[in-house]
Design a protein around this ligand. Structure first.
Ligand code: GLN
Length: 543
């Protein structure tokens, strides 16, 4: 039997609903339950794929090729369960389905309305493809009171009514702001937020209270009384130093125990939190530090969420702290690279900042500083080598406009699972990139082979342009080895520099698959290479 837990947010956004959901899933999993997570986003884009990372943070890509909300990254990292295409839906996707059904005549004769038509589609999304999951956790994006959110709240209210309390639970995460002059945490915004939720028919069964300091029992009692929730179900959600401390912290405040009690499930068997305790210990005992320069366009942690996590995982595996130095590609100069241990050019789009990224590659190559290029960072590395070593004048990417030497070009045809995918330059931009997991073959005797220890790998992609295989002979002659390639031999996937201690660039996004308990080998090796410069302790495996 699948039980549904709905997680809503109040008072303010960015309180950590995604982390709360992922943490609850992780601790339930530690008790032996099969858990999955879903995200419902009330905005009108079909998916976040066409949004700027400044607006929405990173776009997380699933194995099966969906461009989704970054919370799905937390879900995967915390539970180790791959998210699927159907685990993230937006109001835009719901409305687009609705309107094409209307045109087809599916609602012939009827007036199409938010209730029941939009809400029915939302309910279908929540209830479908749940397999034999014990707990399906559904997070509603945004904050209660947002206009776009209403059909989503109505849909989950209906599910609560239809499936009954045995199968549904509502958890509300709010903020207790601290007022310095009064030296007090305040509960009024929480009371208002719960009132708002109740006005649309949802009585939360549990309240998680985000606060930056300890919440006194009296205050928890007050919230319980005013919000109509048992005292034990008002649970503190205190700021944590590291996100990987959150599941254990919630467990200690009784989150999973109370959820099971709510559903009438025995709590006799305690969760196995060995892994989580292990990672907390590792984090607390990190020795030394390496500095990695990330040369990008957005000095915004959310825009590179998975990347920062993957670097941390690489650090954990090497028992070292990874410090990031943000460099704006448009303004970075050689002086900025003086004291860094490694350079990373991440994924990116568009010409702005490209020159600075190419300069960063050159600096890393010439000064033998470990370099990791990801997606756009690989394309810029190839252009740098083409221009400066292979002496191909005018080498560029067609992403910046037509050019005579397209060492990186628009991919118009490729194979996915045996089927041909086709694209044209005039096609829609949304959802049309090479997306999701694709296989890659690694040449023996290369750095990539040494790192992966395998000749067949699979990694997730999100890009429209590809390194042009026709330039392979010139690039190889200039010292750039194509060490990973698509099985049909047409799409370079990994390149590396000969005569350089660590210069690897990949067309895919390895950061999307890195997990705290299973750090990605590229990041483990990259951090290790960065440490080579500063000479710190030998790497060890994470718990
Ligand atoms: N803009 C490049 C492309 O579309 C790279 C994309 C990326 O880095 N994710 O191919």
């Amino acid at each position: 039997m699948t039980r549904y837990i709905f997680i809503t947010g109040g008072v303010a956004s960015s309180l950590g609903k995604g982390l709360a959901a992922a943490s609850l899933a992780a601790v339930l999993q530690a008790r032996g339950y099969r858990t999955r997570l879903r995200k419902l986003d009330p905005y009108l884009n079909i998916d976040p794929g066409t949004m700027s990372p400044i607006q929405h943070g990173e776009v997380f890509v699933t194995e099966d090729g969906a461009e989704t909300d970054l919370d799905l990254g937390h879900y995967e990292r915390f539970t180790g369960v791959d998210a699927r295409k159907g685990d993230n839906v937006t109001a835009g996707k719901i409305y687009s389905t609705l309107l094409s059904k209307e045109r087809k005549g599916d609602y012939l004769g009827g007036t199409v309305q938010v209730i029941p038509h939009v809400t029915d589609l939302i309910k279908n999304f929540i209830l479908k493809d749940v397999d034999d999951t014990d707990f399906m956790l559904c997070e509603i994006g945004g904050t209660i009171g947002d206009i776009e959110g209403l059909p989503f709240y109505e849909a989950i209210r209906q599910i609560g009514y239809q499936l009954g309390r045995d199968k549904t639970m509502f958890i509300h995460l709010t903020l207790l702001p601290y007022i310095p002059s009064a030296k007090e945490l305040k509960t009024k915004p929480t009371q208002h937020s719960v009132k708002e939720l109740r006005s649309i028919g949802i009585q939360p069964n549990m309240i998680l209270c985000r606060a930056d300091r300890k919440i006194e029992p009296d205050l928890l009692k007050k919230i319980a009384l005013f919000c109509n929730v048992p005292e034990e179900d008002v649970i503190p959600a205190l700021d944590a130093k590291n996100i990987y401390e959150v599941p254990v912290s919630y467990h200690e405040y009784g989150l999973d125990t109370r959820v099971l009690k709510y559903f009438g499930i025995s709590t006799a068997k305690k969760p196995d939190l060995k892994n989580w305790d292990g990672i907390i210990k590792t984090i607390k005992n990190l020795k030394g530090e390496v500095t990695v320069a990330i040369v990008g366009k957005y000095n915004l942690a959310d825009a590179y969420k998975s990347l920062l996590e993957a670097l941390d995982h690489g650090g954990f595996a090497n028992n070292t702290k990874v410090k990031v130095k943000w460099l704006d590609a448009e303004f970075a100069t050689a002086a900025d690279y003086k004291n860094v241990d490694a350079i990373l050019v991440p994924g990116g789009f568009g010409e702005r900042g490209a020159k600075g990224k190419i300069d960063a590659v050159r600096y890393a190559r010439e000064n033998k500083i470990p370099y990791l290029g990801i997606c756009f960072g690989m394309q810029m590395a190839v252009i740098e080598v083409a221009r400066n070593l292979a002496k191909i004048k005018g080498a560029s990417t067609t992403e910046f406009g037509p050019c005579n030497e397209p060492v990186v070009g628009l991919m118009t045809e490729w194979k996915k699972a045996g089927k041909k995918e086709k694209r044209g330059s005039e096609d829609d931009l949304g959802g049309t990139m090479r997306l999701g997991a694709y296989p890659c073959e690694i040449k023996k005797g290369t750095k990539a082979y040494e790192i992966y220890g395998a000749s067949k790998i699979s990694e997730r992609h999100r890009h429209r342009y590809e390194v042009n295989i026709n330039y392979a002979p010139q690039l190889e002659k200039a010292g750039l080895t194509i060490s990973g390639i698509s099985p049909d031999g047409r799409l370079p996937e990994i390149v590396e520099m000969k005569n350089h201690p660590w210069f690897v660039a990949v067309q895919f996004h390895p950061e999307l698959k890195s997990r705290p308990f299973d750090p990605h080998p590229l990041f483990v090796s990259f951090v290790k290479a960065a440490m080579g410069k500063v000479k710190v302790a030998k790497p060890k495996k994470v718990a």
